[in-house]
Design a protein around this ligand. Structure first.
Ligand SMILES: *Cc1c(COP(=O)(O)O)cnc(C)c1O
Length: 374
């Protein structure tokens, strides 16, 4: 069976892990952690970066940092992974779902303002498939209503937004904070892993404290205080040096990984265009304000029936393709709590979207050949 995903190892992962082990320090916030964090700060201009054990954890940190209280409202797409919502639900927030765009699973920026109330505390745009949400509009709305923007950039490493001012900004550098994932299904991996990128300096000091179990241990190690103790709430959000060492091997090869993945993506796009048109299947859209980072190649079928047929056909041809997300407003956990209206575009993507295999060592022609006979 051709797998849907296969983690790619650059070759240096175990070497750097051995190095971390032989250095005698394998808990968090050591040399490899600092190297990775500095890489992201220099490469993408995020003001402060903290590695986390997952994107889920980075989102949870963001929810604590903006001081989400029970009853606060947070606007996000329903077409997303559970962690986007869970991080805020854990702090008692009510989730208010915005519908997807017609041409893209990303949240419809024009659906946001009508959802804002006096209780709205944050907007959480999810850059689905690594393709930017329309951030100029989202940031304008946030500024006007004095609310925070937390980017769920789990899939969005090395992707950009081109605003009205024509400046290319890395995704994750636009909102007050952003969360990235290094889960093995993402472009750059460490098994489990994540990153909190902080762009608003107001949050930096407290972020370090929450990251280190609510203690001022980071200040202590910098010699700013002579003993450290419990100063705030917090948790153990930082990964061990073993994870950071693995991640460093990936970051050293970021350019090459991105080039190969984008080639696969373009191969799919070019060779499937005519076929898709003939079958009334949509290929992924990258709006003119966004870039493609080769994270995901998906098809949007014309009906649930067509998708079921297509998935069955691929399985017969020993190719594993998958669908997702079951939108959160219809989930067993949140459907009873969902008070908003219907989300027809979200429902459509839930019923019709198919993700094709996309990983470094893939030969996309294997999948393309099978599809052309569908
Ligand atoms: C993968 C993903 C997450 C969760 O990332 P983890 O690192 O596994 O916690 C959150 N949001 C989105 C949109 C994702 O794709």
């Amino acid at each position: 069976m051709l797998p849907f995903n296969k983690p790619y190892f650059t070759g240096n992962e175990t070497k750097y892990i051995e190095d971390a082990v032989s250095s005698g320090k394998i808990s968090g916030n050591g040399d490899y952690t600092k190297k990775c964090q500095a890489f992201f700060e220099q490469h993408y201009g995020f003001k402060k970066c903290l590695l986390t054990t997952s994107c889920t954890d980075a989102l949870e940190m963001a929810a604590i940092l903006i001081d989400i209280q029970p009853g606060d409202e947070v606007i996000m797409p329903s077409y997303t992974f559970v962690s986007t919502a869970n991080a805020f639900v854990l702090r008692g927030a009510k989730i208010v779902f915005a519908d997807s765009r017609k041409d893209h699973p990303n949240m419809d920026e024009n659906a946001i303002e009508g959802l804002i109330t006096t209780k709205t505390k944050a907007i959480v745009p999810v850059h689905y498939a690594g393709v930017a949400c329309e951030m100029d509009t989202i940031m304008e709305i946030a500024k006007k209503h004095n609310i925070y923007v937390i980017e769920d950039a789990a899939q969005a490493i090395d992707s950009y937004y081109i605003g009205k001012d024509n400046i290319r900004r890395p995704l994750g550098s636009i909102g007050h904070m952003a969360a990235f994932s290094f889960h093995e299904t993402k472009n750059i991996i460490s098994g489990e892993g994540g990153l909190l990128a902080i762009n608003d300096e107001e949050f930096i000091n407290r972020a370090e404290i929450i990251w280190e179990k609510g203690t001022n241990r980071s200040s202590f190690f910098r010699g700013e205080v002579d003993k450290y103790g419990w100063v705030d709430i917090g948790s153990s959000f930082l990964p061990s040096e073993i994870i950071a060492a693995f991640l460093w091997a990936q970051l050293e090869n970021l350019k090459q990984i991105q080039t190969v993945r984008k080639n696969h993506w373009e191969g799919y796009f070019d060779k499937l265009s005519d076929w898709a048109g003939a079958n009334q299947i949509e290929l992924p859209k990258v709006p003119e304000y966004a870039t493609n980072n080769g994270h995901m190649f998906y098809l949007v079928c014309n009906s649930l029936e067509q998708r079921t047929k297509l998935l069955g056909y691929l399985k017969q041809n020993r190719i594993l393709a998958v669908f997702h997300y079951i939108s959160l407003h219809t989930s067993p956990f949140y459907a009873p709590k969902h008070e908003g209206g219907e989300l027809p575009e979200t429902d459509r993507f839930t019923d019709t979207l198919v993700r094709l295999p996309l990983f470094y060592e893939l030969n996309p022609d294997e999948v393309i050949e099978a599809l052309l006979k569908f």
